[in-house]
Design a protein around this ligand. Sequence first.
Ligand code: 13P
Ligand code: SF4
Length: 301
Amino acid sequence: MDLSEKILKLKKEKKAVILAHNYQRSEIQEIADYVGDSIELSRKAAQEKDAEMIVFSAVDFMAESAAILNPNKKVLLPCLGARCPMAQMLTVDEIKRAKTKYPNAPVVLYVNTLASCKAHCDVCCTSANAVEVINSLDAETILFGPDKNLAEYVSEKTGKTLIPIPENGFCPTHLLFQPEDVTVLKMEHLDATVMVHPECSTEMRKVADYVGSTSKMCRFAKESNAQTFIVGTEEGILHRLRKENPEKKFYLAYEEAICPNMKLTTLDRLYTSLKEEKNVVKVPEVVAKKARASLERMFEV
Ligand code: 13P
Ligand code: SF4
C-alpha cells in the first residue's frame, strides 16, 4: 500500500475529511475530499457535520477559520510551520491604532489574518467576495487589511475609499509577478488570455483579462472559449486547471511563483498528523467567539 492509500484508509477509519487549498501539492489535491479557495474551504468546514476530524491542508489562517467554525471538531494542520506571511503582517495593535484615527470607519479584514485580528473586525472577506462585502456596508470610508493590492482592486470596483492596514501589506508570492513577463509570454502565445489573482500588483491587473480568486479563475478557465491562458497566481493551481481542462494550455506568468508555506504540507506530514492526531489547531473560545461573528457576517453577505 502506498502512502496515499494509507492516508485514505486511515481517513475512513477516523471519520476524517481532507480539505486542500488550490495551491497544495498535486499529490495532496489528489487525495483530498475537496479542493477549493479559502471561502469554499471555510464553507465546507462548516458543513461537514458528520466528520469527526478535519485535516486542513493549507496554511495557518485557513485551519484557524475551520477551528473557529467547528469548535467541536478536531482540526489538524499537517505542518504547523505552514504560516501565511501576509497574515503575520497585521497586528491587533495596528487595528486599534487605525480605529482611533478613523473611529467611524468599519473594519473589514481579509481572511488571510490571524484569529486574534478577526476578533477585532466588523466583517471578514475573501478575494472571491470582497467587492460584495464592501458594497454591503453603509460607509464610504473603510479600514481594510492586510493586503494593499486587494484593497486597491476593491476600491476600483466599488468606488469607496479603502484605508489599508498596515500601510503596505502584501503577499510575497504574488509580488513576484511582473507585467514584463506577461508581455514576453504573450509574444509566444499570441491568443492567450491572462488571468490574475487580486493579490497581484496594480500593474499586473492592468495586463489581465480576468481578475479573480483561485476558484473563480478555475471557473473562468472552464467556461471561457479561450484555449490558452497565462496564469498570475501560485503554481499549485496549474494541477487543477490542467486536470479540469485537459484540452487547454496553461502557462504560469512567472514559473517560480511558489508559496513555500503552502508546499510545507507533504503526504508524509499529512499521514503522521492524521495517524497521531497531532498538530491540532485550537483558538481560545474568547477569541473564537468574536472571530466567528465576523466570519458569519461574511457568509450572510
Ligand atoms: P483564494 O481565496 O483566492 O484561494 O486565495 C487565498 C490565498 O492565500 C491567495 O494567496
Ligand atoms: Fe499567504 Fe501569499 Fe501564500 Fe496565499 S500565496 S498563503 S497570501 S503567502
